[in-house]
Design a protein around this ligand. Sequence first.
Ligand code: XBP
Ligand code: MG
Length: 260
Amino acid sequence: MSRAASPGLRALVWDVDGTLAETERDGHRVAFNLAFKEFGLPWRWDSVTYGRLLQVTGGRERLLHDFASRPGLPADAGERERLAAELHRRKNAIYATLLESRGIALRPGVRELIEAGCAEGVAQAIATTTSRANVEALLRHGLGADWRQRFAAVVCAEDAPAKKPHPQAYLLALQQLGCAAHEAIAIEDSPNGLAAARGAGIATVVTRSAYFARQPFDGALAVCEDLCTPQPVSLDRLRGWLQRGPAITGGAAQAPARRC
Ligand code: XBP
Ligand code: MG
């Protein structure tokens, strides 16, 4: 794919956890630990451990990965699967309660960029590895009861079982948007997310989240501390980056990231 034709920006595709809000730090990790406690399990995931475990996308998959190093768990794979599924279900219920009771704020500049996209007719989609109920709980709180109207497509774990870094969620989002990869920009916070978006051929702006504050993010269109710092990431800036950005050829090209 070449960018020589100077594409316009037709769509923004948003990741959820870490990108829209610090949900990994303030929501999922907290909820996992409360679920462990309720189940009478003596484990707790501290920040360093959780940061490491984020290499595994998907909460259920993360649990199963962690089980491998826990002594005393059933050897039977089916039993482990059942325990992971029950813990994950309970974690998500606790996560929803946390969002209802105290909410998790959208990160700086997120609401503004979403509203600008709506005002200027840039289509928007969600492409996430998390479960649909978690997205609904976050955005109902962050954007209001009519949050869904802002998005032409909402692709979650239930739609895309091949989790990031697999590009499936992004490919489905493009399909539902009716948009070519070179007409879109993805907004991500993690190395797995960047790989997934690039794997779908989408130029990607990284907004660093708490757990990925120091990663290099080679191949990103730009890397920002957040969507406001040091200056707001506007649609015009995104259009400029997309026009001048590195050609992404099937996800193979590596280019040094532009700093915001
Ligand atoms: C991040 C993930 C998710 C969350 C937890 O998703 O990998 O697994 O950590 O959510 P993204 P679930 O950055 O793509 O939004 O427990 O529902 O998997
Ligand atoms: Mg993320």
